[in-house]
Design a protein around this ligand. Structure first.
Ligand SMILES: Nc1ncnc2c1ncn2[C@@H]1O[C@H](COP(=O)(O)OP(=O)(O)O)[C@@H](O)[C@H]1O
Ligand SMILES: O=C(O)C1=C[C@@H](OP(=O)(O)O)[C@@H](O)[C@H](O)C1
Ligand SMILES: [Mg+2]
Length: 182
């Protein structure tokens, strides 16, 4: 076993993608399958402020949320062997992108706009960024965000796949990458 293999296997895995594509649920499933710790950055931020994300936005402002988001992601990415789901806006910050891409394996969960649209009612109440926007404005945000998500190591198209299928696919591709690296 050489050092390169150990390094790749030990790298943390980070899930990115637009709000609602499944980063939190898939990340948790993958962590369970790999017997690794799961960290959801939004949940960590909520613990720090002892309030839900919507309340942090309304009472303290988005800037405070984004600063804490950056601080926590940079800290957690540097630790090895974690499975980390970051919020959909995290990769807009260059420092976060650079840190995640250099220290971790970044998976982009890609869900088409057509499929995403069907999920909106499930997520809208807990995503302050979506509130007060028309569907056309949300679509514009979705399109504008795609460029930052193109910064990844691996992409999985998640349309029409169950959470179990997505998690299994990710675990299989990781195991293959680890094997090829050995
Ligand atoms: N592959 C999937 N098929 C159906 N529903 C899904 C799938 N992945 C996630 N969901 C659902 O979509 C919603 C948003 O998932 P979540 O993991 O919170 O997304 P994110 O963390 O990317 O915002 C949840 O209700 C979750 O159960
Ligand atoms: O895209 C965004 O700007 C945000 C996404 C959310 O996380 P999810 O992507 O897990 O929904 C959460 O961090 C916050 O509401 C802001
Ligand atoms: Mg999430």
């Amino acid at each position: 076993m050489d050092n390169r293999e150990v390094a790749l296997k030990e790298k943390s895995i980070v899930f990115i993608g637009f709000m609602g594509v499944g980063k939190t649920t898939i990340g948790r499933l993958v962590a369970k399958k790999l017997y690794r710790d799961f960290i959801d950055i939004d949940e960590e931020i909520e613990k720090e402020f002892n309030m839900p994300v919507s309340q942090i936005f309304s009472e303290m402002g988005e800037k405070v949320f984004r600063e804490k988001e950056k601080e926590l992601i940079v800290k957690k990415c540097r630790q090895k062997l974690h499975i980390i789901s970051v919020g959909g806006g995290a990769f807009l910050q260059e420092e976060i992108r650079k840190e995640c891409l250099s220290s971790s394996i970044v998976f982009f969960l890609d869900l088409s706009w057509e499929s995403w649209r069907e999920r909106i009612s499930v997520i809208i109440d807990s995503r302050p960024v979506l509130q007060g926007k028309t569907l056309a404005e949300i679509e514009e945000l979705y399109n504008n965000r795609q460029e930052v998500y193109s910064n990844h190591h691996s992409k999985i198209q998640v349309d029409n796949l169950s959470m179990e299928e997505i998690a299994n696919h990710i675990v299989d591709s990781l195991k293959l990458a680890w094997e090829l690296d050995s």
